[in-house]
Write a new protein. Structure first.
Length: 626
């Protein structure tokens, strides 16, 4: 994962979407600029500004100690300004001292070879030594926390912010490398020289990543190892055990900044599961994902925006729901389904689709650290096929029989009403890596679906819509498990008149008998025989259907006309050829029963309002009634 994050970070830097190494995009603007004329005499002018979107040097240790930054800082450090909204800064003298010490170190550094830069930095040192800024009439307005930058007004660097000079950046990277060295038991820095595991360069290896990352609340290191047993990378090397990652500063910093970019961008992050009572619980599941795309991508006869493609790839996860209400499925999911049917090819000659990749990490905050739960790395060519199989196995006719659509993993997890991180990650593996869905999903979905069918209709329309949405999601989940990678994935999108398995026929029969009951009562029933008998019929059909058929034959079927009676006769004939009603059904058979019931019920509802439902307008070639 670190290697891929570093590659991403370098690409983002090249496109101007990420600050340089050692720099950070602050929310606070630069509030004051010290303009300097060398004279003689040396002159300064303090200008009030509001410069945003200006990345500045960043030191992760600054919050826990006095750590200076080069040629830009808060006014307490840069100018010795002590004024605060409530009182004054008691540590301002010490802050200003460390700032001037770092400036002297910069002037002595062999990394500074530009004479114009060395001269301009010398002017800054002289201004601070003579306290010329304090003589400016506006100095009394400067707050200790205001950011200050220095700009020379003569020479080759006139008008430039000195902290943005390339040699200042190089000095700062070297300074941070030194600050991020491993320390011995006495707290003294230990310079461990070795080969970076990412870029291969030989130099100092860091003991900790320079930048902590954000997940939910607060920040945490992107890595954390508890025992020396995990440092086998260092076996046989004369390197401190504290540099267990084997990373140089530049790679460690780039990986952290790239991760922060992903985590703060809704196009690259989804909250899969959320423990609202505990921010650092391992139950929290957060996905970050991105595309490696060396060139534009052609989909069909057009170029596709990679950001749009990424949004479609992430639509399978969907943001967690913050309120219990029904939401329409995202348009991106339907768009993704359409995209998967088109040919994908690189937009540059000489490239293969395998050169494009999709990366996804599932992480959890855990007591001040980040736990990596899953890491996916898959070529776009393999991903396309994996997603096609997954969505194909999820597509199901709606409960009203009026549309076909897949559902997101978030909706599947919500319908199960039992947040389980392992279950969610298993569905992600099936979707993106092509793993077969776990049969364990049946043990969760079948009982839950039974509860939803037997509770009857809800009085409130929104509750009833949500119940039907969950029923569709759970039935789609059953279809996913029993049809993944098979021809049945297409056949079982809707009612299959040719399917002769006894569990499927039993499910259809229960739906037909319910329809007869509803038609005989002119659809004025709020509860039907399904509320009483679905559970028993789906587990032990032989013990239930005899009584149900006798009741329907005398009370319902004579009142409902030829169509429903013919369906009962046809289903009973096929069951008879298959050996009659099964005594019991196991979990996969109960899943097939649920599909038969759902399909037949949706078939009836599709025909309402259009006159009599006909087989010819409900099925495709495979599903047509013979």
């Amino acid at each position: 994962m670190f290697r891929e994050l570093v590659e991403l970070g370098r690409d983002l830097e090249a496109r101007g979407k990420l600050p340089p190494v050692g720099f950070y995009s602050y929310t606070e603007p630069i509030r004051w600029v010290v303009h300097i004329w060398p004279g003689p005499p040396l002159k300064v002018w303090l200008e009030e500004v509001e410069l945003t979107n200006r990345p500045r040097p960043y030191d992760p240790g600054r919050t826990s100690g006095l750590r200076a930054l080069p040629l830009v800082h808060e006014a307490g450090y840069a100018l010795g300004a002590s004024k605060q909204k409530n009182g004054s800064d008691k540590r301002v003298a010490e802050k200003h001292r460390v700032f001037r010490e770092l400036l002297e170190k910069f002037l002595r550094s062999p990394l500074v070879s530009d004479p114009a830069l060395r001269e301009a930095a010398g002017w800054v040192a002289e201004v601070l030594e003579k306290r010329l800024v304090q003589d400016d009439p506006r100095f009394g307005e400067v707050q200790s926390k205001d950011w200050v930058s220095f700009v020379p007004e003569e020479g080759p660097l006139a008008g430039q912010h000195l902290f943005e000079h390339p040699e200042v950046m190089a000095f700062w990277v070297a300074e941070l490398e030194e600050r991020c060295l491993a320390h011995d038991k006495k707290g003294k820095p230990v310079a461990s020289v070795g080969e970076c595991a990412i870029c291969g360069s030989t130099g100092a290896l860091i003991g900790k990543l320079p930048l902590q990352v954000k997940l939910l609340r607060g920040t945490a290191p992107l890595h954390c190892l508890n025992e020396d047993a995990f440092v086998s990378y260092l076996t046989g090397r004369n390197i401190s055990k504290q540099v267990h990652l084997g990373l140089c500063f530049a790679c460690g910093d780039t990986a952290s900044r790239a991760f922060d970019y992903l985590s703060n961008n809704p196009r690259h992050r989804k909250n899969l599961l959320r423990d609202k009572n505990k921010a650092d619980s391992l139950a929290n599941q957060i996905a970050v994902y991105w595309l490696k795309a060396p060139a534009p991508l052609q989909v069909g006869d057009r170029s596709i925006d990679l950001e749009d493609l990424l949004a479609s790839l992430g639509s399978l996860m969907v943001e967690e729901r913050t309120q219990k209400k029904v939401q329409a499925p995202p348009a991106d999911l339907a768009q993704l389904d359409r995209l998967l049917e088109l040919p994908w090819k690189p937009g540059a000659a000489g490239l293969m689709l395998d050169a494009y990749a999709f990366y996804l990490g599932v992480l959890s905050p855990n007591v001040g650290r980040v736990a990596l739960r899953e890491w996916f790395s898959v070529s776009l060519e393999a991903l396309k096929e994996n997603l096609r199989h997954f969505l194909q196995a999820l597509i199901l006719v709606s409960p009203k029989g009026d549309e076909f659509r897949p559902v997101s993993i978030a909706v599947l997890a919500e319908a199960l009403d039992l947040p389980d991180p392992n279950l969610t990650r298993g569905l992600l593996r099936a979707a993106y890596l092509g793993y077969r869905p776990s049969d364990g999903l049946l043990a969760r979905a079948v009982p839950r679906l039974r509860v939803l069918w037997t509770k009857g209709r809800r009085d409130r329309p929104d509750e009833e819509r949500q119940r039907l949405e969950h029923i569709q999601a759970l039935t789609a989940l059953l279809k996913l498990v029993i049809s993944y990678g098979k021809e049945d994935a297409v056949n079982m999108e809707e009612l299959d008149f040719r399917r002769s398995s006894p569990p499927y026929l039993c499910g259809r029969l229960l739906a037909v008998l319910e329809e007869a009951q509803q038609r005989a009562a002119n659809f004025k029933l709020n509860t039907t025989l399904v509320d009483r008998f679905y559970g028993a019929a789906s587990t032990a059909p032989a013990s239930v259907f005899g009584n149900l058929l006798r009741l329907s034959t005398t009370a319902h079927l004579p009142e409902v006309g030829r169509e429903v009676n013919l369906l009962v006769e046809e289903i009973l004939s096929r069951l008879d050829k298959a050996g009659g009603f099964p005594r019991t059904l196991n979990l996969p058979q109960q899943a097939e029963f649920a599909l038969g019931f759902y399909h037949q019920r949706a078939y009836f509802r599709a025909g309402r309002g259009k006159g009599k439902a006909s087989e010819s307008n409900q099925g495709g070639k495979i599903n047509e009634r013979p």
